[in-house]
Ligand binder design. Sequence first.
Ligand SMILES: C[S@@+](CC[C@H](N)C(=O)[O-])C[C@H]1O[C@@H](n2cnc3c(N)ncnc32)[C@H](O)[C@@H]1O
Length: 314
Amino acid sequence: MFNIQKVFADEIVIENNYIFLADESSSENQAQTNKVFSEKWTKSRERVDTLAEFQKKWYLELYGFNDEKDLSSFLRKKKVIFDAGCGLGYKAAWFAELAPESTVIGMDFSEAANIASQKYNYENLYFCRGDIAHTGMKEGEIDYVSCDQVIHHTENPEETFKHLSSLLASQGEFACYVYKKKALPRELLDDYFRDFSKTLSNEELWELAEQVTELGRRLDSLDCEIDVPEIPALGIKEGRLPIQRFIYWNFMKCFWNNDLGKDISVDTNFDWYSPSNAYRYTKEEFLDFAKKNNLETTFLHEEDACYSGRFLNK
Ligand SMILES: C[S@@+](CC[C@H](N)C(=O)[O-])C[C@H]1O[C@@H](n2cnc3c(N)ncnc32)[C@H](O)[C@@H]1O
């Protein structure tokens, strides 16, 4: 059996599958980010299975795996797997199922880590509440770091990337996702909100998320498209778009997805507007993270909302 202590620099305390680490942030923005994610995950924990189904399919696309079998054979070659920012832990649990001989550690800075440790009890799976920018892990001990939809919520994503890279063993791999920079009007509104959201209570943030979701739903129900002209100075791209998508990508996030339904759409808007930390990047900035840490880019994926990639420690 794998000795989990080997991964950590200092002596750790474990109870069942839970590793106790320092779990508070001294930074105001990171503390606010942790608070709103604790709120989100506590409220939405019963929807985790619906969320997981959608997210697992998307994970395969984001990181270039053909199917679950392909991911499984990849993971089985990785002895120690770190799900950095694991949220409710369904991906860490998925990795642990797909690679039963590997050891998986899921870390999150919010209450989600405790919730995850209660829900998933596998011999090869551990959870801890802590900062993925300061893990207390030894350098060179991790074979696969998966940091999916998280790094932009940390206090200094470039430093977090550096720390996570340093954990990689030789030939270790790092899968990472960042938010993409969007059109200027949308960036301005989003930046404004990073400051404003700090002044709102959780109730007010949920109310806002409900209202924005309703706007998304109403726009989506319009059977109407627009031929958008190219406006380079504002970062607005030409093309034919449903009106909801036009507003969404260029002016304000108002997520609505008929298949996922109202509750998950509200969760998604809450997730966007509430955390103080939510940085966005260009492709060059993202690839530069890897270059600066001497990692080779082996896979890159791009969507309207994000970049994701796999990076190898040669
Ligand atoms: C959008 S969620 C993604 C969660 C999960 N990776 C998933 O795909 O479902 C972002 C997560 O990052 C966590 N997070 C933010 N900053 C963090 C930090 N410095 N250390 C650990 N987790 C952090 C939040 O608590 C939240 O659970």
